[in-house]
Design a protein around this ligand. Structure first.
Ligand SMILES: *[C@@H]1O[C@H](CO)[C@@H](O)[C@H](O)[C@H]1NC(C)=O
Ligand SMILES: *[C@@H]1O[C@H](CO)[C@@H](O)[C@H](O)[C@H]1NC(C)=O
Ligand SMILES: *[C@@H]1O[C@H](CO)[C@@H](O)[C@H](O)[C@H]1NC(C)=O
Ligand SMILES: [Cu+2]
Length: 675
């Protein structure tokens, strides 16, 4: 819990920073808050007169309150002459059991506004309150008795926190968390050893256990075979591969200038946010024919990650997590390991989040950026049709990857944004890490008579069915802000008049979405291509310039019934594609206050307004989904599984950009010695 504030000290600090000059170290209006800005925000908030009389203050979210889009764009068009737009921070804090939305003007050292949020749902959970909550069972007598009853050692018990969800309660109650405990001991993979049957509920505002139940006793799965550390492995070992290395004899092609990244024909801004993780802004691609940079993506980031489990029992029904809105993809980002998380040629950047007490905290190597050449061609042709000549032209496919890994408890999500020289932007999410499993009396499938809501993946271990829905926010600005969403439907035409030996062919029928209701798409329901075009800009041949979105991986939509509570909270997961009118405050697909939310602030409800989206500033939302049926190979830790999409230029360039990309010279590798 937050300490009591000393008002005289704060008044002193307040006066002190009024006298301190403001140093502008930022070069870009979208730069994330620096550690010193986070400290400044903390001082300003703590010194605000309204807070001097309060007894508790806990920071839940602090991030850049980005300048309005027109201000960013006008700054961009004239960076030399203009100062940066004012720097502002959005602070979401809990003060005396209330949620406050505080806008802090960093440039002028002032609280610009402070409003109590009285709507539904609660802010992002902070790390410190989760640590505090998960320590509570250790001194809670009924729990100690439950552990003893299971014949296991208290010193091996590890507890973690889980959001409680919302299941139809009419009155908004308290800020609660559930605690689940596991057994470590001979293994570090405690997630594979749940102490099933115990329900512990903590009230975060008083930091006390308010509900406790020990309902059923289930065998705790054994530790054998669960540890994944190399040092713990015994023969027979797995497949062997020879070591390999990336060599770039002419050095790196990546130019990192503050938060601006330039590489080949791409330039973009990369920022870190404690909720969203990586935020890509102002991605533009150089067009060699037009000799100009062309805007593609104003902003792209993961907006929400919904993970509902499919076991309705007392101990499991509530497991319907919003990993981003409740826990924070940035807050749970893992420092990347050089040489394994990222190749040898990667450059690394740090990120900063804000602690419960408002102080900056660093995540080392939160992003890696690397040039990828995986030995694949980007295009090729062999020509044998010309007498006396054999022509073969091949170009390597080299791209730039921005990577982050978010480890939200048991799962790790590898999140990649990849920029290709062809003009494509790819997004790939690859879950790996540890399944959430249920302890079970069963050791063989022949004992199972009823639906276990999962797969027996090891003795006494059920890998429970679940989904992962990763929703991306894509504010595309193709060659400008005004864009349209076009569905090119492929339609079979029957020929019956005998005009051709053929009986059928397909052609396309283009439909431009007029309003938001025209742009809710369930992928796979019909053959179609989905494009964002700029109807005001045409190629030399008269086609509208655009990008299309291509699914990589089977599209998945939620299978829960519409009236199920988790589905009401994540109703947008019934469609994979939505298009909304741009609105600066509509960023989080499951709402700004996701913890215990009820779906009233969500992508689907915004879309209900049915705003005009033709030739307008629009945002495309794409959900990459996985229905995860666990298999034995997911034990004791699952290998990566990938899904995502590609944004691919479509009548954007006059022709294939890569024909005029000259092949690299063959590189003579220097003699390598093993010294
Ligand atoms: C916050 O709420 C709890 C009950 O949930 C209460 O005990 C406590 O006194 C409240 N604190 C303040 C400052 O109102
Ligand atoms: C922008 O979005 C917010 C949140 O949905 C809403 O309250 C507000 O009215 C919207 N503004 C406009 C101009 O539509
Ligand atoms: C090393 O390079 C020299 C020429 O520079 C060459 O003659 C020799 O064969 C190379 N050695 C190996 C092991 O490739
Ligand atoms: Cu999964």
């Amino acid at each position: 819990m937050a300490p009591k504030l000393s008002s005289s000290l704060l008044l002193f600090l307040y006066l002190l920073f009024l006298l301190t000059p403001c140093y502008m170290t930022h070069r870009h209006p979208l730069d994330p808050l620096s550690p010193s800005e986070i400290s400044t925000v903390r001082r300003i908030v703590k010194a605000s007169p309204r807070l001097l009389s309060s007894s508790s203050l806990s920071f839940q979210y602090v991030g850049l309150d980005e300048p309005d889009k027109p201000d960013v764009l006008s700054w961009l068009s004239n960076t030399a002459a203009r100062p940066l737009p004012p720097r502002r921070a959005l602070v979401i804090a809990r003060i005396d059991n209330e949620t406050h939305e505080i806008s802090v003007d960093i440039t002028n050292h002032a609280v610009a506004s402070d409003a109590v949020y009285r709507g539904l749902g609660y802010p992002l959970l902070n790390l410190e309150e989760q640590f505090a909550a998960s320590a509570l069972p250790m001194n809670y007598t009924p729990f100690i008795e439950s552990v003893a009853k299971r014949g296991v050692d208290m010193k091996d018990v590890v507890c973690t926190t889980f959001s409680v969800g919302w299941f139809g309660e009419e009155k908004q109650g308290r800020r609660l968390l559930k605690i689940l405990c596991f057994l470590a001991g001979e293994t570090v993979n405690f997630y594979m050893r749940p102490l099933e049957g115990i329900t512990i509920v903590v009230d975060l505002d008083v930091m006390e256990i308010v509900e406790y139940e020990d309902r059923v006793q289930v065998p705790v799965p054994k530790a054998k075979g669960t540890d994944y550390r190399a040092a713990k492995q015994r023969p027979p070992f797995g497949p062997r591969t020879k070591p390999g290395l990336v060599l770039q004899p002419e050095g790196s092609g990546i130019d990192v200038d503050g938060h601006m990244i330039r590489w080949a024909n791409w330039a973009f801004h990369l920022s870190f946010d404690m909720r969203a993780g990586a935020v890509i802004s102002l991605a533009s691609v150089y067009d060699a024919v037009r000799r100009t940079r062309r805007r593609v993506l104003y902003r792209g980031f993961v907006s929400e990650l919904f993970v509902p489990y499919m076991d309705p029992s007392e101990e499991w029904y509530y497991k319907t997590f919003f990993d981003e809105g409740e826990f924070g993809l940035g807050l749970f980002a893992s420092p990347l390991e050089p040489m394994t998380d990222c190749p040898a040629n990667a450059v690394f950047l740090n990120g900063y989040y804000t602690t419960q007490d408002g102080k900056p905290a660093k995540i080392e190597r939160v992003f890696c950026i690397f040039e990828r050449y995986a030995g694949d061609p980007s295009w090729r042709h062999t020509e044998t049709g010309i007498v006396g000549e054999l022509i073969t032209e091949v170009r390597p496919d080299v791209s730039l990857v921005v990577r982050m890994v978010s480890t939200v408890g048991n799962y790790d999500y590898v999140l990649d944004w990849e920029f290709k020289t062809s003009g494509s932007i790819k997004f790939v999410v690859s879950p790996t890490g540890i399944l959430e499993v249920k302890g079970s009396p069963y050791t063989h499938t022949n004992q199972i008579v009823s639906d276990q809501h999962g797969t027996l993946i090891a003795e006494n271990t059920i890998g429970v069915y679940h989904d992962h829905f990763v929703t991306c926010y894509l504010d595309l600005d193709i060659d400008g802000t005004e864009n349209s969403f076009v569905k090119s439907r492929l339609k079979t035409v029957r020929l019956t008049d005998g005009s051709s030996p053929r009986k059928s062919y397909w052609t396309i029928v283009k439909e431009t979405a007029k309003t938001e209701s025209d742009a809710r798409v369930e992928l796979g329901s019909e053959p179609a291509e989905l494009l964002v075009v700029n109807p005001n800009k045409k190629t030399r041949l008269g086609n509208e310039v655009g990008y299309r979105i291509i699914s990589h991986g089977a599209p998945a939509a939620s299978l829960l019934s519409d009236d199920d509570y988790p589905q009401i909270r994540a109703s947008y997961t019934k469609k994979q594609v939505w298009v909304t009118a741009y609105n600066k405050s509509e960023k989080w697909a499951a709402g700004l206050y996701t913890d215990q939310s009820r779906g009233d602030d969500s992508l689907a409800t915004w879309s209900e307004r049915n705003r005009r989206i033709e030739n307008a500033d629009i945002v495309l939302w794409y959900t990459a989904g996985f229905h995860h049926i666990p298999y034995q190979e997911d034990f004791p830790l699952m290998p990566t599984l990938s899904s995502g999409f590609e944004l691919r230029p479509s009548n954007f360039f006059e022709s294939n950009q890569l024909i005029k990309t000259l092949p690299n010279k063959h590189v003579n590798l220097p003699n390598c010695t093993n010294s």
